[in-house]
Design a protein around this ligand. Structure first.
Ligand code: GTR
Length: 384
């Protein structure tokens, strides 16, 4: 069936790296061999796609004045600012359910235009960083406006998450690094002297996502740090997958329409290509990634192996039929090609779904994410 699928998929079967053959040609036929090879596979992604993981101080202090807890949308809300030397501040918007009998599972998700776009309440500070432009007055000249309040509530539906027993934490990607080719200058990479040729913004954002896990484990007993999922849409989906590949503390990764540089297979060259993405967003990847434009078959990896790096933890990949730019078939193929690794590790924790419609996060997408997450994260009888 996989061969039939590949036959109709615009890729040469021989050109796709077999996830169960190591880079040195040896067979990976046991879980321990997979484990032993994992770091070198991760390194290939660091060298050729995302750049090296960020090497920056991870100690933080909490700005105490922001920790006031208030009731909101049926749960408890906190605004928590984490300060990292020398000058990075991650402003977290956090919600936890009221009256939970044990530490809850949680979703962490980076947002595009600020916490005020996720919150229903109107007292959440408006993001001050430079952000991507959104239509209809929500942003003006790359700055969020008052109109941006609650404009993205479907992106991370706090009310629903709380009702279903989850906590949720979000922050704006601009807190780490503004999403522009020169974002590194004032962002994490500039501040901590990371070489920009061998690092990327996606890696910087992934660093930020991991810091939220540090915060939960050190400071937030209401959340079970062993049951935290990372979810992202589109470019944030790319960052979510890379974060979960790099940081094995994430229990579940959800990629919504992450496409090129996310869950889609490069070698298909359908929808967005390496050439297009590295020209439009050179800062997302390490500099050497663009050299694979038109030479996708020479990449030592493909994106199914990124999904495999998250195994045996939970991975859900979702696409939308009308979002051909993100290549839904390429995302489905990546899941099928990653599946043998999940099977080798004995846990079939990989799920793919494609819905009708366009590039966005819809309430029905979250219905699916939570249905999947519930089965694993809400079962208190399962070991952490
Ligand atoms: C597009 C980009 C995609 C995707 C998308 C998004 O312009 O080409 O790779 O990341 O932006 O993040 O919405």
């Amino acid at each position: 069936m996989l061969l039939d699928m590949i036959g109709s998929m615009n890729v040469e079967i021989n050109a796709i790296p077999n996830p169960l053959i190591a880079h040195d040609g040896s067979r990976i036929d046991t879980a321990s061999r997979w484990r032993a090879n994992r770091a070198s596979l991760l390194n290939l992604f660091a060298s050729h796609v995302y750049g090296r993981p960020i090497d920056a101080p991870t100690d933080f202090v909490i700005e105490d004045d922001n920790r006031r807890e208030v009731p909101a949308v049926g749960g408890l809300r906190r605004l928590v600012t984490l300060s990292f030397p020398p000058g990075t501040q991650i402003r977290l918007l956090q919600y936890t359910p009221i009256g939970a009998v044990r530490p809850t599972p949680a979703f962490v998700s980076m947002n595009f235009i600020g916490n005020q776009s996720i919150a229903e309440e109107d007292d959440v500070p408006i993001e001050r960083g430079r952000i991507v432009d959104y239509p209809s007055g929500v942003t003006v000249n790359h700055r969020a406006t008052e109109q941006s309040r609650s404009s993205c509530v479907d992106y991370l539906p706090i009310r629903t998450l709380l009702q279903r027993g989850y906590s949720a934490i979000t922050f704006c990607c601009a807190d780490i690094e503004e999403d522009f080719p020169d974002g590194h200058i004032t962002g994490l990479r500039g501040r901590t002297n990371q070489p920009i040729e061998t690092t990327g913004a996606i890696g910087a954002w992934a660093w930020g996502l991991s810091r939220v896990l540090d915060y939960i484990s050190r400071c937030e007993p209401a959340i079970n740090v062993k049951r935290v999922g990372v979810m992202g849409h589109s470019r944030m989906g790319k960052a979510a997958l890379w974060a979960a590949a790099c940081d094995e503390r994430f229990a579940i990764a959800i990629s919504n329409q992450s496409g090129q540089g996310g869950a889609a297979i490069h070698r298909r060259r359908v929808g967005e290509t390496i050439g297009q993405i590295t020209r439009a967003f050179p800062h997302w990847f390490c500099a050497s990634h663009q050299a694979f434009e038109g030479r996708e078959n020479e990449l030592p990896i493909d994106q199914h192996q990124l999904l495999a790096l998250i195994a045996p933890r939970l991975v859900m990949v979702t696409s939308a039929i009308d979002d051909q730019w993100a290549d839904p078939d390429g995302e489905r193929l990546a899941c099928e090609l990653a599946r043998p690794v999940f099977e080798l590790l004995g846990l079939p924790n990989l799920n793919y779904h494609c819905r009708p419609g366009t590039h966005d996060v819809w309430p029905e997408d979250w219905d699916r994410f939570l249905e999947f997450a519930d089965r694993h994260l809400m079962d208190a009888s399962k070991p952490d």
